[in-house]
Write a protein that binds this ligand. Sequence first.
Ligand code: PEP
Ligand code: MN
Length: 308
Amino acid sequence: MKDVSENDLKNNLPLSTVRGPKRHMKVGGQILGGEEVMVIAGPCTIESKAMILEIAKQAKDAGANALRGGVFKPLTFPYGDPLAQPDADSGQPARNRLEVLPLKDILPTAERRLGYMKEAGEKYGLPVVTEILYASTVPMMEKYVDMFQVGYRHMFNSDLIEALSHSKKPILLKRHYGESLRCMLGVVEHFAARGQKNVALCERGITANHTHNINSRSIMDVQAIPALNELAPTYPVVADPSKSTFRREYVPQMTRGAVAAGADGIIIEIHHDPERAWTDPLQSLTFQNFEKLMRDVRDIQKIVRRPQ
Ligand code: PEP
Ligand code: MN
């Protein structure tokens, strides 16, 4: 993989690597890239209205700045899509997990659950962040979300780049675990060249042969944080310790490390009953662990983010 060259800076990445102060990116009523680290917390998947309301309350009480929650999940395998299941508290029996529904059949559930998250976010004053998978859903999702996440699987998705370039909502762009910072900045440049500069750069782990096992899916490239701050100083940098470690035992340490390394934001999974989470049960933090971690984040932030 190539490093960013002088030629890239001049001819391939002039907009994404422009020198200047960090952009204070508005996410709902919050600022990403300012003095305070933006902590985006919530479940991997929105399982019911009661659940997202409870998680939003706990996130707010612990001092989080924004709420995350997934409806469209980029599944490794086609089975068990949460959007094909009734809400956790509906009382309805689970459907056959092997049944794969077409997009038109999961859209009403997706929209209803996005509504739950918007309501929870509004109730507790937290802007909401969720992943987009299909460009055709931009207009529907824009009614509910404050920030679009483009997951690592869609880093190069031309339909999403084109559609989101025309959105007023900011974007959280995740780097694929096998891609270089140069390639990620190339995607940022694609957005910028289309007029979309409201992009935050998210580090969510890289893989090497010896890390790619069931205990720890990938490792957080902590060094990518200062590197992105150096290469693209106007763009906020976010770290995802949940996805990168894939293990709740490692999440607090890597969160502290990411904040110490200069991350402007953290996106983290929390759940009222992590082991029973519909998706990613191994990495979600309990409310108690999250609350403790938030205190550390604010302490470290005081040391590394002194006002200039
Ligand atoms: C997520 O945040 O729930 C997610 C699936 O993200 P990633 O693209 O990092 O896997
Ligand atoms: Mn997840």
